[in-house]
Every structure is written in C-alpha cells, then in structure tokens.
Design a protein around this ligand. Structure first.
Ligand code: ATP
Length: 324
C-alpha cells in the first residue's frame, strides 16, 4: 500500500502547491480586492513568456454587462450594445518586452481597470490582450498570474513571519536568496532590527510595519519572484525623502529589462518611462514620452506644470473634462 499511497500524496501536494501559487499571486495584487468575473478553462496551456511583449488591440470593457438602462445618470456616457457604461473604450497600445509603460490620468479614468484586464480579473468585452502573441483568455490563469509581480500602495502582508511574507508566491527560496532580495529592496537593515529579524511575526496581530517598510517587503517579494511582467501602483508614497530615494532606486533596478506597467499619480516617478499613456474617460487621449507630451500642451503638460509648481492650478477646461 505504501507504493500506492505515496504517489497519490505527492500528486496531492503538487496540485496544492499550484493552487496556493495561484491564490497567493492573486492576493498580492492590491488592485485585486474583488472577485472579478471570468470564464476559466482549466485545460488551457500555460503562458509562455519569451520577450514580454504586451499588446492591447482595440480593447473595450464595461463592469456592468447586465442591462442598466434604468440608471438615471449622464445621458452623454458612452454605452455599449448591452446598455452599460464603457469604462475602457477602444484602447490600443503595444509595449515591447522590457519596456516601461506608465498610465496616468484623472481618478476614475480607468488606469486600474486596464491592469485588471491584463490579469484577467475581468474579461474584455471587445478586442484582445496578448502577451507574446498569446491571448490572455487562452492561457491558464495560474501561469498568467505567476508571470506577474505587484508592488503597490496597498501591498498586502499576511499574518506570518517576514520571511514567509517575502517568499509568498515563491516556494523554493533559500534564506540566502531571501536576504539577497531584501537587500536589493533596501529592506534587510530594518528587518534585522526587528525583534526576531526574519522570523518576526508581522501583519495583523504581528509587529506593525510602516507604509514604507511594507512597500519594501513587497519589493523584496517581487525581486525574489522575478516576474516577467511587473505592475507598479504608485510605488513610492508615505515615506520620507531619503527612504523614497532608496525605494526608487530598488524599483529602478527591478524594472530594468522587465516589462513594467506603472500607475502613477505623481508624474515625477514616471517621467523616464518609455511611453506614457494619458487616460481620460476610458480612452487614451495622449501618448508618448515625457518630452513628447510636454510639447503637446495638453492634459499631461498641464498636470506636469501643476505638480512641478510651474502653474498654480489646472486650467478650468481640464478640470471640467475630468469631472465629466
Ligand atoms: P484612480 O486613479 O482613482 O485609482 P483609475 O483611473 O484607476 O482611478 P479605475 O479604478 O479603473 O480608475 O475605475 C474606472 C471606473 O470604473 C470608475 O468610474 C470606477 O468607479 C469604475 N469601477 C471600478 N471598479 C469597479 C467595479 N468593480 N464595479 C463597477 N465599477 C467599477
């Protein structure tokens, strides 16, 4: 019976490990604080990332696909065939492998939604999203989510040791690798100074970490995971200037030669991006490098002017547009 039991037990472990990998990959995405809605195909092939090229091809999406014709708001909103408001409206862009693309725009413009579609928290209503030519709907969810890393404001810590929080999503890391990752994230020093170092319990009921420390744990987690595609959600915030510089440096290292999507509110953090997409009302209204966009004299250059202190406030025209 031993012979029979063992293989079964091991198989069970493997399945369990994949399920855990997928669940943890899902949970560490701060923007995935919702259940989502997709049709999954458990027999799908795994995603094969070669260069990390990402294409959005005429993508449209509404959260609300049931009929919402009885809603009373705005007669001018774009509605799709089913009558619901389009949150993403005919968006196309290409990101070459290793490039950084930044998404900027007013609150509610659809920046997070663009990324939720990449992660397949939701499926597009129209159009296609491809990674190295593979439609994200045609590959297994676990492989899709294993290929991505997230560093964000709401970086998720669970109740467990610092070490477990760093290895979350990567199961076979040695202590040495964990320390390497923490060093790259400028987190090693503060971790060493915790009561039990890497064995300190953090998260709910554990030692409280500051926002900056949580972020550095999240960066260490991403360094260790070494994902093909990185998602940054306004990665520096809530910390003093010196820590911010350290964090920015480790993030720069992390994004190098890795396809990166960065959602930014402060434009100074993304001005070196290979391309910047300015979203407004679910559409791309401007695109280009920082230099291109400054010359454009549109929403971006005005937002930049305000944030750089060059102009006092956004011209009325843009405020009205953002409030529509
Ligand atoms: P912010 O800068 O405030 O994070 P954003 O540009 O990331 O905004 P999204 O979070 O993508 O914008 O939201 C775009 C629109 O979709 C908003 O009008 C928002 O209210 C709506 N929305 C977001 N999530 C959901 C959801 N789960 N169900 C219904 N509507 C949603």
């Amino acid at each position: 019976t031993q012979q029979l039991v063992w293989p079964m037990a091991q198989f069970g472990q493997v399945v369990n490990m994949y399920q855990r990998a997928e669940a943890s990959s899902e949970r560490i995405f701060g923007l995935m604080d919702e259940q989502g809605r997709i049709e999954r195909d458990d027999d799908a092939d795994d995603l094969e990332v070669r260069e990390g090229r990402v294409e959005y091809d005429r993508v449209s999406f509404s959260y609300d696909t049931v009929d919402s014709s009885d809603s009373t708001d705005g007669a001018e909103t774009v509605r799709d065939d089913s009558g619901s408001e389009r949150i993403i409206d005919d968006v196309s862009f290409d990101v070459d492998g290793g490039e950084t693309v930044a998404l900027v725009g007013p609150t509610g413009a659809g920046k997070s939604t663009v990324l939720k579609l990449l992660l397949r928290l939701y499926d597009v209503d129209r159009g296609t999203i491809r990674i190295d030519g593979q439609d994200v709907r045609d590959v297994s969810l676990s492989s899709l989510r294993q290929s991505m890393g997230y560093v964000g404001q709401q970086s998720f810590l669970f109740y467990g040791t610092v070490e477990e929080n760093v290895t979350y999503g990567t199961f076979d890391a040695s202590r040495e690798e964990i320390i390497e990752a923490a060093k790259a994230a400028e987190a090693h020093e503060f971790i060493q100074n915790l009561p039990d170092g890497y064995d300190t319990m953090v998260g709910e009921r554990g030692v409280k970490l500051s926002g900056g420390q949580r972020q550095r744990v999240a960066i260490a987690r991403a360094v260790l995971k070494d994902p093909d595609i990185l998602v940054l959600d306004e990665a520096t915030s809530d910390v003093d200037t010196e820590t911010e510089m350290l964090i920015q440096r480790s993030i720069d290292d992390l994004t190098e030669n890795r396809t990166t999507f960065a959602i930014a509110h402060r434009l100074s953090t993304i001005k070196d991006a290979d391309q910047i997409l300015v979203l407004e009302d679910g559409s791309i209204v401007e695109r280009g490098t920082h230099g291109d966009l400054l010359e454009n004299d549109g929403l971006y250059s005005h937002l930049w002017g305000v944030q750089a202190g060059e102009i006092d406030e956004l011209p009325q025209e843009f405020i009205e547009r953002a409030q529509r």
